[in-house]
Design a protein around this ligand. Structure first.
Ligand code: PLP
Length: 372
């Protein structure tokens, strides 16, 4: 199989698996218990916390581990509304956000929160003037992602945070697809990340919180994590996240250069018939979202089962629903149906990308006459 679905998840790095092994096998103590073994596990969790915080490289805050980035985003949105000052009851977000943000915002809107979902241009970028026009003294929180999971477009998060702060509001950034791939911008007050997108394990994410801007607790119980989030932490998952974060810092330039090279190989092997979805300039190049006229992308996927790629977000792919992101950048229904997403990175070889792209181009050529 050639794996080209790096936005859905990334292969676990061998160094990460090695670091996790003792904690998955015999170091089973509860990191919240006072025994010697418990304290050893707690110390390992703190080392991992430091490694993740260093990879984020933001000053003036700390992370809380969560069960996923989805949990972190739910917590950030719902827990910030919970502690909102009187009169600030508005949230602004963007039409191309991940479902974890959009669905949480809709849920809050159903409970009386005033929600504005801003459009994006054909390039997938938010227009800062649109945002500026909407900002007023009622806005509590603005949620904008860094790198889009479906089309790879990078939003100008630093500039967005500046105008948001000028209006006295807070900024939440979903940096799940950004961490380890592009530098994380200064500015957000809350930032969500996930281990399995940086060659770490599934089942663990984190919320970075600026000091003083911690949301109200969302998961209640033993308050094990910083007194803010309940549930026994898994040392194995925390250690894996820490190892993945450390590795992504060490390999930052190498991984970045490799991805740039793979992008060029992919574009060359695909040939001139494909159109790139979203901005070609402001984007992470390990995400190649493309379309080709009159191609049935679902049929491509079925014809090329030994290549793992996707039609859009992994969570919406099986639903048959047209992607909300492709719709938001103005694609027609047939254009969205002709779109595929190739995601590649650290462990993708040049040969793999060239072979997969040639086979995709051939399969598209073969089906062209039959699809109207
Ligand atoms: N945000 C973005 C942009 C994502 O791509 C994903 C995962 O697909 C998430 C949030 C959710 O992350 P997790 O799988 O850790 O819940």
């Amino acid at each position: 199989m050639i794996y080209l679905d790096y936005q859905a998840t990334t292969p676990v790095a061998p160094e990460v698996a090695d670091a996790m092994r003792p904690w998955a096998e015999h170091k089973f103590a509860n990191p919240h218990s006072p025994s010697r073994w418990g304290r050893e596990a707690a110390a390992a969790v703190e080392v991992a916390r430091g490694d993740v915080e260093r990879a984020i490289e933001l000053e003036g805050g700390r992370i809380a581990f969560t069960g996923s980035a989805t949990e972190a985003l739910n917590w950030a949105l719902k827990g910030t509304i919970e502690r909102a000052p009187k009169g600030r009851n508005r949230i602004i977000t963007v039409a191309t956000e991940h479902a974890a943000v959009l669905d949480s915002c809709e849920w809050l809107a159903g409970r009386g929160v005033d929600l504005t979902v801003l459009p994006v241009g054909e390039d997938g970028l938010l227009d800062l003037d649109d945002l500026d026009r909407e900002l007023d003294e009622r806005v509590l929180l603005v949620a904008v992602m860094l790198v889009n999971n479906e089309i790879g477009v990078i939003q100008p998060v630093c500039e967005i945070a500046r105008v948001v702060h000028d209006a006295g509001a807070l900024m939440l950034c979903d940096a799940v697809q950004g961490l380890g791939r592009v530098p994380l911008p200064e500015g957000p007050d809350l930032l969500a990340i996930s281990a399995h997108k940086i060659h770490g394990p599934k089942g663990i994410g984190a919320l970075w919180m600026r000091e003083g801007e911690e949301p109200e607790p969302f998961v209640h119980g033993g308050a094990q994590e910083l007194g803010l989030r309940s549930g026994t932490l898994s040392p194995a998952l925390c250690v894996g996240f820490g190892a993945a974060a450390k590795l992504s810092r060490q390999r930052e330039t190498r991984d970045y250069d490799h991805v740039q090279h793979l992008w060029s190989c992919a574009v060359e092997a695909l040939g001139p018939d494909w159109i790139i979805n979203g901005s070609t300039e402001h984007r992470h190049r390990g995400n190649l979202s493309i379309r080709r006229d009159r191609v049935d992308a679902a049929r491509l996927l079925a014809d090329l089962r030994e290549i793992a790629f996707s039609l859009g977000a992994a969570c919406a792919s099986g639903s048959g629903r047209p992607s909300h992101v492709l719709k938001a950048i103005g694609l027609s229904y047939p254009e969205a149906r002709s779109s595929i997403r190739l995601g590649f990175g650290r462990y993708t070889s040049e040969d793999e990308i060239a072979e997969a792209c040639s086979r995709i181009a051939e399969a598209a050529d073969a089906q062209e006459p039959s699809f109207a």
